[in-house]
Design a protein around this ligand. Structure first.
Ligand code: ATP
Ligand code: MG
Ligand code: MG
Length: 550
């Protein structure tokens, strides 16, 4: 990360440090609303906020922006904390906007006392109707000129539970003619008799986002409050509250949110996929949630690298999901142990190999590592499973695998020659018969033979059975969110393929969740959380090459 040019926020920070603004401090925050699981878009914000603090010797708070009691839950809080840590970041403080409810209430009282806020009895329809248009000013509510005393009393009654939901709101008194609609007397508190996941039933009034966010930043002395572009029009209001309340001058900066092809990127939409059963949960390996990516076999390092590569822009764009796949391939290539697994098996019989003989071959764990990352033992016997597609009854001239008369190398073992095959009544190949070419053991081959193809295999009596889950993109179209109609119509119903009976090397019985494996020629895989010693389950993280590349 040191060899790239500065992004625009880093440039701002370096200026601020030079000029001594904020006393040279850098304090950022990541402010999720606990109303869903984090997705890859949040990862971008996490990497940016924590990355800035790391780079400039500052700190980052994790602040739960929990001002909407109906949609927020403790389950989401826990998952968010887990995901941020898993991504490799440590927050300075774990904070909750709800911890500031008393403080925010007193900020509202202060505004009322300054004549800058009023209680409005209008309905939400009336308020919307009075807003005006960008070219025409709004109309004052008939409650706009209530006295300070009356406003204080009514606001206190709102808090005390005297009124029902929607009966009254508190509005800031700013400018009904402002070209910025957010400045036209925005609502800052509403009545909601709802149970809050932390404050329980203590409150029946809750602050609006705009009244909570900037003030929370100020309370924490956040120096650089980074958010996404849609908050640009909120910035004057952010600054206005800070100025009127005479609190710490936090500053808001906006960057382009991450959009990606073949997915939707909003917790609200992801929740629909979960609730309507399109996926098995927030951590379904097809979801671009942090938990889904983790279960799919993505590493934290690959996600951080992805966020680094996409950079921090000031204009919206859409990133191809294949870049994320590229990043995980690159990372797993460095760390994943190589193993052999046969996903679509047919039986291969070595007719010249003694029936009860077993040989043990050595296979290196990872050729990218020093000394191959150590090695494992691979048992070899007369009967092997090979991939159905590695045999052809009538091989074409460019087919360098098995067909009668052709030779291949069995990975880590012998060269073999194909002599014959068996078929069932339906015409399916059931067995391939070959002979071992003696003197061709890998690493000790002085036969002078050279063969073009190498195939993977697993010894029949030693193989473990596993369920293997192959995933495709969850949506059939590049931008499911923008099309006509409901985004769920674009769900790819073929996005999960389950292979119930794959054969894998015996030592994969000790595979670990969270570790990546390369199944040679088949892709990168990881153990699924549903796996048991009786029934192993693997997820394919990604294929070895980009199958979608044109
Ligand atoms: P969603 O629409 O998915 O619910 P959100 O912005 O409402 O997203 P928050 O929990 O409020 O979700 O987000 C926490 C932080 O993550 C915010 O600062 C937000 O700007 C940032 N964030 C959310 N989505 C993205 C994204 N796609 N790209 C970059 N940052 C994002
Ligand atoms: Mg939000
Ligand atoms: Mg949201």
């Amino acid at each position: 990360s040191e060899d790239r040019s500065l992004n625009f926020i880093e440039e701002i920070i370096e200026e601020d440090i030079k000029s001594g603004k904020h006393g040279g401090n850098v304090i950022t925050r990541f402010p999720p609303e606990p109303n869903g699981y984090l997705h890859i878009g949040h990862a971008k914000s996490i990497c940016l906020n924590f990355g800035l603090a790391q780079r400039y010797g500052g700190k980052t708070n994790l602040r739960f922006d929990d001002t909407n009691p109906e949609t927020e839950e403790t389950e989401y809080v826990e998952s968010i904390k887990y995901d941020v840590q898993w991504l490799g970041f440590e927050w300075a403080e774990e904070l909750y906007t709800s911890d500031y409810f008393d403080k925010l209430y007193s900020f509202a009282v202060k505004l009322i006392e300054k004549g800058l806020a009023y209680v409005d009895d209008s309905t939400s329809e009336e308020i919307a109707g009075q807003k005006g248009t960008p070219t025409e000013p709004g109309v004052p509510s008939r409650y706009r000129d209530r006295s300070v005393e009356e406003n204080l009393r009514l606001f206190s009654d709102m808090k005390a539970g005297v009124y029902r939901d929607g009966e009254k709101v508190l509005r800031a008194k700013i400018d009904l003619a402002s070209p910025n609609m957010h400045m036209r007397d925005p609502i800052i508190y509403r009545i909601k008799h709802a149970h809050h996941h932390r404050t329980g039933d203590n409150w029946c009034i809750y602050p609006m986002y705009d009244f909570a966010h900037g003030q929370s930043d100020a309370i924490e002395k956040i120096t650089h409050s980074v958010c996404t572009l849609e908050f640009i029009p909120h910035r004057p209001l952010y600054d206005w509250f800070i100025e009127q309340l005479e609190i710490y001058p936090s500053k808001q900066y906006e960057f382009a949110r991450l959009n990606m092809t073949y997915t939707v990127m909003s917790k609200r939409k992801l929740l629909q996929l979960v609730n309507d059963g399109y996926v098995t949960g927030w951590d379904d390996p097809r979801m671009l949630t942090i938990s889904g990516l983790r279960r799919r076999g993505y590493t934290a390092a690959s996600i951080r690298e992805f966020c680094e590569r996409i950079g921090v822009a000031k204009r919206e764009n859409i990133i191809d999901v294949s870049l994320l796949e590229f990043c995980v391939r690159e990372d797993l290539n460095k760390r994943a142990w190589r193993r052999m697994a046969v996903l679509d098996p047919i039986r291969l019989v070595l007719t010249n190999y003694p029936e009860d003989q077993v040989e043990i071959f050595q296979g290196e764990n990872n050729p990218e590592e020093e000394n191959g990352g150590g090695s494992r033992e691979i048992p070899f016997s007369r009967e092997l499973w090979i991939e159905r597609e590695d045999f052809m009854e009538n091989p074409s001239r460019k087919f360098f695998r098995l067909g009668v008369g052709l030779m291949v190398r069995l990975k880590n073992a012998y060269i073999i020659k194909c002599d014959d095959f068996r078929k069932d009544e339906a015409g399916n190949i059931t067995e391939v018969h070959c002979t071992v070419v003696w003197g061709t053991r890998s690493g000790e081959d002085n036969s002078g033979l050279s063969v073009k193809g190498t195939i993977h295999w697993v010894s029949v009596p030693h193989a473990k059975t596993a369920e293997v889950r192959l995933y495709d993109r969850l949506f059939r179209v590049e931008d499911p969110g923008s099309g006509e109609g409901d985004f769920k119509e674009y769900v790819n119903t073929e996005s999960l393929q389950v292979i119930p009976g794959a054969y894998i090397e015996q030592d994969m019985a000790t595979a670990e969740v969270g570790k990546g494996y390369q199944f040679i020629r088949k892709g990168y895989f990881t153990l699924d959380k549903e796996s048991t010693p009786e029934k192993l389950v693997f997820n394919r993280t990604v294929t070895l090459r980009d199958a979608w590349a044109k």
